[in-house]
Design a protein around this ligand. Sequence first.
Ligand SMILES: O=C(O)CCC(=O)C(=O)O
Ligand SMILES: [Fe+2]
Length: 353
Amino acid sequence: MAAFWSPCEPPFQQRYSFLFSPASQAGQWRKTHDAEMTKECDLPLIDLSRLHCGDEKERTACVAEIGRASSEWGFFQVVNHGIQSELLQAVGREQRKPFGAPFEEKTGQKFLNGSYRWGNPTAISLAQFSWSESFHLPLSVLAGDDHACHEELEPFRSQVASFSYAPEVMRKASTAMADLARILAGVLAENLGCRGDLFADSCGEGSCFLRLNRYPPCPFSSDTFGLVPHTDSDFLTILHQDHVGGLHLMKDTRWVSVKPNPEALIVIIGDLFQACLAWSNDLYKSVEHRVMTNGKVERYSIAYFLCPSYEFTIGSYRKPSRYRNFTFGEFRKQVQEDVKKIGYKVGLSRFLA
Ligand SMILES: O=C(O)CCC(=O)C(=O)O
Ligand SMILES: [Fe+2]
């Protein structure tokens, strides 16, 4: 186990020793979900070049395919998404740099404006624990938006410049992921006969963010989550994962693992799309997903979260609605409170009508 130690690694075992004692690991929960595991699968793979090819029939077929995948899976992969693979490779290299800083530095308020997270401070069992570290970077800062030049973001801005030897890469990638997320949100709205800009227009740089994830090798890999099962609290997420694998999603009642595809980006439907369009069981699903650790190699991913402003009201566009109206700010606050008090996110069921 000493082999895993470095001054950059989060001290998971030391700080959470009560979770990793032989007694607490003997719990039954892990055995249960092992039995549920199925094989690696290929998600629906959608070629987005058809959205812009000028052939209306092709475009309509592509929109329908995106809609179908969003209701049957809540997850799909896209190729020809308009983000160059060189840019994705560069961002994959770039994102490693802040994680390479000593742990004590990463946890400091001055390092990337205190955006560092690791483990779960409230976990009381292994089932609630994530063996991973991440940085939550607001888009307004990465995009270098002068309108978002709040004083409190200044230290952050300079830190972005100093951690990154090529900050331009991060900026370009986040802008490109944001553009793609808006296009897809438009397609998803259009597929239901809504205005294409209905959701995307409510999403500003103030609330959208990029999360850099790192999953260190884990000596208890068969017992530990890299990221606990969750749904995303946004409209949709664009995810870029490296070649290692470990992402699982819930398909019907089983976990399936997602085979890494270097050319593709993964699209995940979030809670807000489910709530806005909740008038039928057949519509878009926000499905649970999780990351499993592995004992040998580290894994990286980068996720862009398309979120509305905190004042934006989420309400179903058809009646009767399954959920009451709520603002995104209320939703986030409730999620944070639940995680703090009970150790997990309850999510949309808190907002049933
Ligand atoms: O790392 C991954 O593959 C998934 C990350 C994720 O689900 C998240 O950041 O919400
Ligand atoms: Fe997620």
